[in-house]
Write a protein of this length. Structure first.
Length: 268
């Protein structure tokens, strides 16, 4: 069995905060969310590697990114610190086939907004209310083995409207105790890459110790894992498979210049 190389990226800022809230977060995630996820997702078919924003090359040097089959992303307060050059490299890797799992407040990350092409805004409220999730696509691989409905006892509310593209496949819907609803699990495809957004995971609650939540994330990793990653995407121009009988109206014209970049304008 070939292992899926999974890199779990976390900005790792809340867990280091010298505040009472930081103390609470460290109670749930003493080594950081990324290490907790790596420990709790451990399985024979997953090679899990936790990294964080303050590591060299913001945790994703080329050697790591190029050996990642699925990237799991958690960010919240440091979205702006992620370099555009890194976002460019991740985007190219996703379009080539790497899977991307975006968790909770990662909806506002640069990479998710880049791949969605929208602002990814939503409503939110921190009241520690109950959240009930429903499986709305039971045949989807991410929903395999997940109960029809399950509850997070206390969570941050994310609510509609959620500004994401309409091409996403909704796998989970949430209802919050305060009355809001939300598309809490949505799957997308971009070129060769598969993307899954999953909203549970507010840092002050022990969400990533919940067996059902972990099973969803594990399912998502296996669904998003590529059969292969094609680093160079070239559109070929093969010989026609069928004989072309039509006369080419441009047969006597040299159209090669139409496919060349325009020359730079000369400076006066």
């Amino acid at each position: 069995m070939r292992s899926i190389n999974v890199t779990i990226w976390n900005e790792f800022r809340h867990e280091q905060s010298p505040t009472p809230v930081g103390d609470l977060i460290r109670r749930h995630y003493p080594e950081g969310l990324h290490h907790t996820l790596a420990n709790n997702l451990a399985a024979p078919d997953l090679a899990l590697r936790p990294v964080s924003l303050d590591e060299p090359d913001q945790g994703l040097p080329e050697a790591i990114l190029q050996t990642t089959d699925v990237l799991v992303w958690w960010g919240h307060c440091a979205h702006a610190e992620v370099k555009e050059e890194l976002v460019d490299r991740i985007q190219r890797r996703v379009l080539s086939g790497m899977g991307l799992i975006v968790l909770h407040s990662g909806h506002f990350s640069k990479i998710f907004r880049r791949l969605m092409g929208t602002a990814c805004r939503l409503r939110w409220r921190e009241a520690g209310e109950k959240e009930r999730l429903w499986v709305v696509s039971p045949a989807h691989p991410i929903a395999r083995g997940i109960p029809e409905t399950f509850v997070i006892p206390h969570h941050e509310m994310y609510g509609e409207p959620f500004d994401i593209p309409a091409d996403g496949r909704i796998v989970f819907m949430s209802w919050h105790e305060g009355g809001n609803v939300f598309r809490s699990g949505v799957a997308f495809e971009r070129d060769r890459g598969r993307i899954f957004y999953f909203s549970p995971g507010h840092e002050t609650f022990p969400i990533y110790h919940d067996p059902v939540i972990l099973q969803v994330i594990g399912n998502a990793i296996r669904w998003a894992a590529p059969a292969e990653i094609v680093s160079e995407r070239v559109t070929p121009q093969p010989q026609p498979m069928e004989k072309i009988f039509s006369d080419n109206p441009l047969a006597d014209c040299d159209t090669s210049s139409l496919h060349q970049p325009a020359p730079e304008a000369k400076k006066p």
